[in-house]
Design a protein around this ligand. Structure first.
Ligand code: FAD
Length: 399
């Protein structure tokens, strides 16, 4: 038998592994937390992932969009840490994340939406975002004459928004952490968590692990992990589908993420084609990860309505996919120590923004665990208690 943990001890009738911090879930959020803890000097971090490979949860299904164009200060602040982090990812970690600052262009077709973008932009600038600006309808028509833009009144554009490759970022975070002392156990399902005099015993298919700190980074499955310590976590899975097109050269590949605010349809260049997205309001919560073929017609109708040349798009339904958003009632993540369970930390409920906010989440969780506070945001805003205390903060800029 190989003893992986010299500090292991016999208890509970079997060999007990130990770790200073146990992270449940090896997606981009768990990996970023592992990186930030390790980089801050915590050398005994163990990440538990039930799958045989990382990225089989939401991270591997993501569209990879990163943006600071949000409506609430706390989301903007999280992006103000995360996007420069992605911009310098390779320099910091030595691995690529394929950050492409091609921007996000929101197109408004009503005065209400335009006023909303303007108010958001003022907040973003006040918080220190530099490259966001309002654009006129004429400017959008000049930038992209391929758009049907007769009803576009204007919009907002931020040139440092863009895309990353979520899989590469996740692997970069975890590889760096592993090279500096962290451990990743794959094929390791967490089945129960016991509390024993200020210590947790995490039961897994690979044995028990004793630790002072558990971090729930289980994505769309976070509520079941929280339930193991008696916490009712308001995080629900919601299916999102993406449709990649075959190679297409009648729209520029230097384009930003373009968002049609009248329908919610948005798209971005991907390889030689485009990646099409639309939030179907008829979707209901649940662990549905099958791609629904009827979605193709729904999305192509909206695509051709805004971009007439998209009538000529070719789509192979076999290449389309579905994944899960982890939704909270106010579309903000739940971060920090769980009330009544000291040492149990939450990093959940990103509501469609977990890739873009993974760097900030890693920093915040690492700060909270190692020092009890963080300067990055007012952590109280995102605690779990806000739901019981009427302190929810609604993000309306959700795609
Ligand atoms: C179609 C789609 C498009 C998206 N587009 C964007 C986008 O453009 N920008 C953006 O920022 N975000 C986007 N998102 C959201 C983003 O992908 C998620 O918020 C993010 O990946 C969450 O990361 P995570 O690490 O928390 O979760 P996951 O990547 O789901 O990782 C959680 C891990 O926990 C593991 N796990 C669960 N239960 C257990 C257990 N009991 N024991 C051990 N391991 C367990 C799972 O196997 C999984 O690997 C998109 C999501 C989807 C589905």
């Amino acid at each position: 038998m190989v003893l992986l943990w010299p500090a292991g001890r016999r208890r509970y009738g079997g060999f007990m592994q130990t770790a200073e911090v146990v992270i449940v879930g090896g997606g981009i959020v768990g990996s970023s937390i592992a990186y930030h803890l390790t980089a801050a000097g915590c050398k005994d971090v163990l990440v538990l992932e039930r799958e045989s490979a990382q990225g089989k949860g939401s991270t591997g299904k993501s569209m990879g969009g990163v943006r600071a164009q949000f409506s609430t200060p706390v989301n903007i602040q999280m992006s103000l840490y995360s996007i420069p982090f992605y911009a310098s990812f390779e320099k910091r970690l030595g691995y690529p994340c394929d950050y492409r600052p091609q921007g996000y262009l929101f197109c408004a077709t009503s005065d209400k939406h335009l006023a909303y973008l303007r108010a958001n932009q003022e907040k973003q600038i006040a918080l220190g975002l530099k490259n966001v600006r309002m654009v006129s309808g004429d400017e959008i028509r000049r930038m992209f004459p391929q758009l049907r833009a007769d009803d576009i009144l204007g919009g907002s554009f931020c040139s440092t928004d863009g895309f990353v490759d979520p899989y590469s970022a996740m692997i970069g975070f975890m590889t760096w952490a592993a090279n500096h002392g962290a451990k990743l156990w794959k094929n390791t399902l967490v089945s129960a968590i016991q509390q024993d005099h200020g210590t947790f015993v995490v039961e897994t298919t690979r044995g028990k692990v004793s630790t002072k700190h558990v971090i729930n980074a289980a994505g769309a499955w976070a509520a079941s992990i929280a339930k193991m310590v008696g916490i009712d976590l308001p995080v629900e899975p919601l299916r999102r589908m993406l449709v990649p097109t075959e190679p297409f050269d009648q729209f520029p590949h230097s384009a930003p993420m373009i968002i049609d605010m009248s329908s919610g349809f948005h798209f971005r260049p991907e390889a030689l084609g485009f990646l099409l997205a639309w939030n179907d309001p008829e979707e209901t919560p649940g662990y549905k990860t099958d791609f629904e073929p009827s979605f193709i017609e729904k999305i192509l109708t909206r695509a051709a309505d805004r971009v007439p040349v998209f009538e000529n798009l070719a789509v192979n339904p076999k290449r389309a996919w579905a994944g899960l958003y982890e939704m909270t009632p106010d579309h903000h993540p739940i971060l920090g120590e769980a009330p009544g369970v000291p040492g149990f930390f939450l990093a959940n409920g990103f509501s469609g923004h977990g890739v873009m906010h993974a760097p900030a989440t890693g920093k915040i969780l690492s700060d909270l665990i190692l020092t009890g506070k963080t300067e990055l945001i007012d952590a109280k805003l995102l605690d779990l208690a806000r739901f019981g205390e009427g302190r929810t903060i609604h993000e309306t800029a959700v795609l």
